[in-house]
Design a protein around this ligand. Structure first.
Ligand SMILES: [Zn+2]
Length: 262
């Protein structure tokens, strides 16, 4: 599973008149993987908004991500960068807002057991490569947090102690966001250009660590900038004024390549 951004978003639920105004509820859209590129990003004549615009200000959740049409996935690149989508059809041109938090889930391979200790994977290396290859490098480059969620055996699932409550995590996220807003009047993910360097300054050890990781992993300039913003957010979650090597190290390990062998 992979996630972009670290901001909190609530889910849509039916509202009653006693509840908050509609604008206080963030949308959650989860289109099926049979959705066409037009349904996902918008299009048609006259141009209409797609799921990504209906998710503006909220969450777009894609389950079984590699099963979506390649063209639909590739069309996410522009809005993931700019928060807008431009649709051109013959003489018509329309622009729709599309600033959403992308949550994309996928299995490691077609059978789902690559790397699992519960069952052996039945896929050939070719099948794994073809499956993972459905997500292009430039699309993965725009996904900040790659989190592997291992399958649990039934008894582990039943006997594991409850995790931290959503309420507690929410409180921490709100505090971190307030720190960012107080420092730079914008969320970390919205920093651009020189503002990234100014707000995500690293000490010598942290900078060396990031340079080494970026060179070894062949990151683009975009990848480095995105990693810096994640490191800044991790530092804010920890209440740290400066971005230290531990924050950078954590950010680096969220931007890792997919596992290709068991
Ligand atoms: Zn498999």
């Amino acid at each position: 599973m992979a996630v972009t951004g670290l901001s909190a978003a609530s889910t849509t639920r039916p509202s009653t008149s006693a509840e908050a105004a509609p604008l206080a509820t963030r949308p959650l859209r989860s289109p099926h993987h049979t959705a066409s590129a037009v349904a996902l990003v918008g299009g048609g004549s006259p141009p209409r908004p797609g799921e990504i615009s209906l998710a503006h200000g909220g969450v777009l959740f894609l389950d079984e991500t590699p099963e979506f049409p390649r063209a639909a996935l590739e069309a996410l690149r522009e809005p993931l960068e700019s928060g807008r989508i431009t649709i051109s059809r013959a003489a018509q041109r329309a622009e729709f807002p599309a600033r959403f938090q992308l949550i994309a889930a996928m299995n490691p391979c077609p059978c789902g057991y690559l790397g699992s200790s519960l069952r052996p994977c039945r896929c050939s290396p070719d099948q794994v490569a073809r499956y993972q290859g459905k997500l292009s490098g430039p699309l993965l480059d725009r996904i900040d947090l790659h989190v592997e969620v291992g399958a649990l055996a039934a008894d582990e699932l039943v006997n594991s102690p409850p995790g931290e409550s959503t309420q507690a995590v929410r409180g921490r996220v709100i505090l971190a966001r307030e720190r960012a807003m107080a420092r730079q009047a914008s969320a970390n993910q919205a920093l651009e250009g020189q503002a990234i360097d100014a707000q995500c300054q690293l000490d010598a050890a942290a900078a060396k660590f990031l340079n080494t990781a970026a060179t070894r992993l062949g990151w683009s300039g975009r990848g480095i900038h995105r990693c810096l913003k994640v490191a800044r957010t991790i530092a804010d979650l920890a209440g740290a004024a400066t971005v230290q090597i531990t924050h950078v190290a954590e950010a680096v390990q969220y931007r890792r390549a997919l596992k290709t062998t068991g």
